[in-house]
Design a protein around this ligand. Structure first.
Ligand SMILES: C[S@@+](CC[C@H](N)C(=O)[O-])C[C@H]1O[C@@H](n2cnc3c(N)ncnc32)[C@H](O)[C@@H]1O
Length: 259
């Protein structure tokens, strides 16, 4: 039996109908494919304006890889990381949600969507002549064997996790220099995390928004200092029509010695 490859084997996808898109992207030879987030022309804001040329970047929770491909176009060497399986996805246990009431049906459609998301990544990868490598695993167990990266990107993935602190710790462990976190944040001065999904709002896919002070403290514990916070609005069509959604980008640098 052949040994499992460490990095994901590139998929030869040519049919766009086999794909699902989280990111809106302009694909050579195909045109615009529509996803719920349109970050086109916005990578500079999304990653806090940090220079990426010649840097090794790990893009955690890459989805269709829009950020991976855009930083690669700016001269970075990229590893895109995403979920091995939909069994890793953590939804809130909200009564009435398919995840809670009929887990097997939910899992079946979630696996299909994840597979189609990966197809979208590989279609975009091929059409844009990307050299990025992809690794499929679990953000709670990012393997040491991936090595360390100058920059680790954590874009809108913590909100989907039951334990964002553990994931942030994994991200920090893989970064030799810079962490970039782009998420919606809780508007509070204290170091708090605010629950997003409730029984009343029925939002089962969003766990927490952390406050800036919370990030600052956790990052210090992981050996990083929060050096920059910026905010920008991005077009999101999650609800079926385009809306401007504010996101915060936090840039943290590894401290040379313990505080
Ligand atoms: C909302 S998308 C973020 C896309 C991209 N980072 C961005 O900022 O536009 C979240 C991604 O995290 C991935 N993800 C969720 N749970 C994961 C886990 N436990 N391990 C690895 N990836 C996970 C999902 O598959 C999805 O592609």
């Amino acid at each position: 039996m052949a040994a499992k490859e460490f990095y994901a084997h590139p998929r030869q996808i040519s049919d766009v109908t086999e794909c699902e898109f989280y990111h809106t992207m302009d694909l050579p030879g195909i045109g615009t494919v529509n996803g719920s987030w349109d970050l086109r022309g916005r990578i500079h804001d999304y990653i806090g304006g940090i220079p990426v040329r010649g840097r090794r970047i790990l893009d955690l929770g890459a989805a269709n890889g829009f950020c991976s491909f855009d930083v690669e176009k700016l001269g970075a060497q990229v590893v895109s990381f995403d979920a091995e399986s939909a069994t890793l996805f953590e939804n809130l246990p909200i009564p009435g949600a398919l995840f809670t009431d009929d887990y097997q049906s939910w899992l079946c459609s979630a696996e299909r969507r994840l597979d189609r998301l990966k197809n979208g990544y590989w279609l975009a990868h091929r059409l844009q002549h990307s050299s990025a490598r992809a690794y499929y695993g679990d953000i709670y167990h990012v393997p040491d064997a991936l090595g360390t990266f100058d920059i680790v990107l954590v874009g809108q993935v913590l909100v989907h996790l039951r334990d964002p602190i553990a994931a942030l710790q994994q991200a920090a462990a893989r970064s030799s220099d810079t962490l970039v976190i782009t998420e919606a944040v809780a508007d509070a001065d204290q170091p708090v995390m605010r629950l997003c999904g409730t029984v009343a709002n029925g939002v089962s896919y969003a766990w927490f928004h952390l406050s800036r002070a919370f990030y600052r403290e956790m990052l210090l514990m992981f050996g990083f200092e929060l050096v920059q916070i910026t905010q920008a609005e991005y077009i999101c069509s999650h609800s079926g029509y385009p809306e401007a959604m504010p996101l915060t980008t936090l840039v943290a640098r590894r401290r040379s010695s313990a505080p």
